[in-house]
Ligand binder design. Structure first.
Ligand SMILES: [Fe+2]
Length: 228
């Protein structure tokens, strides 16, 4: 993706998020230079990989295959190992109309995917076979706002604003918005996007950026190069 495209997506996302009454935390608006100047105080942001995350999954067509994410909070891997403490994470995401987030599952993370407003969020579901691969024959049951619902392999669950689903580790899922873009909340177990996304086809979770202008704000995937 081009940096100019990333800047444009950030500005558009901020407007859309605010239009639904959700406001990003202060560090969302820091410039790269401000982040560098504060580096000594922001270990929690850098190590938790909090912040802007825009991906085209390496396919080069953001409108068709892509997702806007912002990680608002993230727990500590050490707490996860200890079984107590900050075991949770929260993201706010935007899926555009017919913009696919490709089929994947998680090993560690359970996630609630919440339609926080906009159009209809559609989620294709499969169960995992014993070896973790896609089970194209088994039904899959998922809790939706406290009520269990059962789906055939590859069936599509539709969430209207206010509705949510809990996806336990191993449940394969792909999603996109219908009719109008959707503001999506995610509440999950501690999140590690470097290791805990298993895709059905080979994909890059983070995009390679072509630097055609200065970044307005850093992406999480910029942190190693810009912040060490
Ligand atoms: Fe997921």
């Amino acid at each position: 993706m081009r940096r100019s495209e990333v800047n444009e997506i950030m500005a558009r996302a901020d407007t859309f998020i605010r239009s639904h009454g959700y406001i990003l935390p202060p560090f969302a608006y820091w410039t790269p230079a401000e982040m560098q100047a504060r580096r000594g105080d922001i270990g929690g942001i850098v190590e938790g990989r909090l912040g802007w995350d825009i991906t085209d999954y390496g396919k080069g067509h953001f409108a068709q295959t892509g997702l806007f994410l912002f990680t608002v909070r993230n727990g500590r891997p050490a707490d996860l190992a200890a079984g107590r403490g900050m075991l949770y994470a929260e993201k706010i995401m935007i899926s555009r109309v017919e913009q696919l987030s490709p089929l994947h599952r998680h090993v560690i993370k359970a996630e609630d995917i919440i339609n926080r407003g906009g159009g209809r969020l559609t989620i294709k579901l499969f169960a995992s076979a014993a070896d973790g691969s896609i089970d194209r024959e088994a039904r899959v049951s998922v809790p939706c706002d406290g009520v269990m619902r059962s789906f055939g392999p590859g069936d599509v669950l539709a969430l209207m604003p206010g509705e949510s689903v809990t996806l336990m580790p191993g449940v394969w899922h792909a999603f996109w918005a219908e009719k109008s873009e959707v503001l999506i909340g995610e509440v999950s177990t501690v999140n590690d996007d470097l290791t805990d996304n298993i895709f059905a086809e080979p994909l890059d979770r983070f995009s390679t950026i072509t630097e055609d202008c200065e970044p307005d704000h850093l992406l999480v995937s910029d942190y190693p190069a810009w912040l060490g």
